[in-house]
Design a protein around this ligand. Sequence first.
Ligand SMILES: [Zn+2]
Length: 84
Amino acid sequence: MAMNCRHVWDHISGYIDGTLSAEVRLEVERHLAHCEICSAILDSTRNIIILVADDRVFELPVDFSKRLHARLDKVLSEEPPEPA
Ligand SMILES: [Zn+2]
């Protein structure tokens, strides 16, 4: 089973939290190994979480989720992933 970008995005928070099953995690890692888009998204998502955790604020911008999805949509529209 090969994941496309949207599958990876669905799992990315679980991937960071370490809550994915070993099987799903392997598929995500396999995709990240060759997909620059998803690697960049993972990096930026991680950076946001690390910054928040370091400040011990645990406060996300109110539109964080909205902006993340807008960003994903923008990336997707600019460079479509492999056809499903
Ligand atoms: Zn991807």
